[in-house]
Write a protein that binds this ligand. Structure first.
Ligand SMILES: Nc1ncnc2c1ncn2[C@@H]1O[C@H](COP(=O)(O)OP(=O)(O)OP(=O)(O)O)[C@@H](O)[C@H]1O
Ligand SMILES: [Mg+2]
Length: 357
């Protein structure tokens, strides 16, 4: 497959600070890639390095087959869409859209036609004469998008474009941006710290921590087979539970460090007593029926949002599980929780890497 953007062995230092560490990433033409990770992990640095707003310290950056390491931003032919839309307040929507074409010497009539075409795609046709102050947040975001589209860039780079919008509009704009991406056959790199946004919008999710790519892949593959504890805890809400456990005498099963623990078969073998963490997602825990094996907990809190009830336990560490029906469960009650062995994830307690399949 042709790669539209390819980074190999990319490092970035700010003085002595190592902000990007050996980044390897291949983005096929037409892909929608999300970069996600906690604040300060290097998402914006990676995006700005693509755009040429930062110079990489080592490694290679190739865009559409051409090495771009030292190429100035305007020659990389990428469009950056920020969270602050940076529209020109004294210009109409149409003028905002045509500005970049006009300074490149495109004739007025031709630029106007291009603006009308893009406005038809982004649903701004009726708003071309308005000023930015006369637009809603979502409409301004669309103008910012349109201004990028009109340049036919090799890729779109988004840095948290929706973080200024309210929750409902954000959900709507996610769909709109993804639909636009598909309609244009664009290649997009989208930075967000919101894992739900990353999971729902992207074909390929890249999870970063402290300048390192911890794991990348298709959204549900990351969810089903997180490579380490960090990824396991980062993807999914409420987060995966991690319960300390030990390998049993036979070396082929584990026991949770909780009273009444069932024996859990594992598909790898380790010395008896080896410390591991068993990861269980909240939706995979159920209240056991009589005689069923599991482990025993007492309830600390029961919170209902209407559709879902979130229950936390008085264990260390605290465990969260979900009930999809209304529940009469109360704080202080003792229950047995159970789960299917196929739904557990086992991590080495020390390295925090995934063990087994
Ligand atoms: N110009 C700079 N000089 C020195 N350090 C910088 C510079 N820009 C960023 N950093 C540092 O590099 C690290 C990565 O920053 P970056 O802005 O890429 O994070 P981010 O993942 O985008 O975070 P956020 O989600 O908060 O936007 C941070 O520790 C930041 O302090
Ligand atoms: Mg950032």
């Amino acid at each position: 497959m042709t790669q539209q953007i390819e980074l190999s062995g990319v490092n970035k230092y700010y003085g002595a600070y190592h902000a990007l560490r050996d980044i390897n990433l291949a983005i096929p033409k037409g892909a929608f890639v999300a970069l996600v990770g906690p604040s300060g992990c290097g998402k914006s640095t990676l995006l700005r390095s693509l755009a040429g707003l930062e110079t990489i310290s080592s490694g290679d950056l190739v865009i559409a087959g051409e090495r771009m390491n030292d190429m100035p931003p305007r020659k990389r032919d990428l469009a950056m869409v920020f969270q602050s839309y940076a529209l020109y307040p004294h210009m109409t929507v149409e003028q905002n859209l045509t500005y970049s074409l006009r300074i490149k010497g495109v004739k007025k009539a031709e630029a106007k036609k291009a603006a009308e075409e893009v406005a038809a795609i982004t649903g701004l046709s009726d708003l071309l004469h308005r000023y930015p102050r006369e637009l809603s947040g979502g409409q301004r975001q669309r103008v910012a998008m349109s201004r990028a589209i009109i340049r036919h860039p090799k890729a779109f780079l988004f840095d948290e474009p929706l973080s200024n919008l309210d929750a409902a509009l954000r959900v709507h704009m996610r769909k709109e941006i993804r639909a636009l991406h598909d309609r244009l056959g664009a290649t997009s790199v989208y930075v967000t710290h919101d894992q739900v946004e990353a999971m729902t919008m992207a074909d390929h999710v890249v999870i970063m921590r402290a300048g390192v790519i911890e794991q990348q892949g298709r959204p549900l593959d990351l969810y089903d087979r997180p490579a380490n504890r960090f990824v396991a805890g980062f993807i999914g809400s409420p987060a995966m539970n991690f319960i300390p456990a030990r390998v049993a005498e036979d070396g082929r099963s584990v026991l949770l460090d909780l009273p009444g623990s069932q024996v859990l078969a594992i598909d790898f073998s380790l010395p008896p007593g080896h410390a591991v963490l068993v990861g269980i997602r909240p939706e995979h825990l159920k209240i056991a029926s009589a005689g069923q094996s599991g482990f025993d907990v007492s309830i600390a809190a029961v919170e209902s949002t209407g559709a879902t009830t979130f229950v936390t336990t008085a264990t260390t560490p605290e465990i969260t599980f979900l009930l999809n029906e209304r529940s009469s469960l109360e704080a202080g009650e003792k229950v047995r929780l159970t789960f299917e062995g196929k739904n557990i994830h086992v991590f080495d307690a020390e390295s925090e890497q995934r063990l087994g399949t």
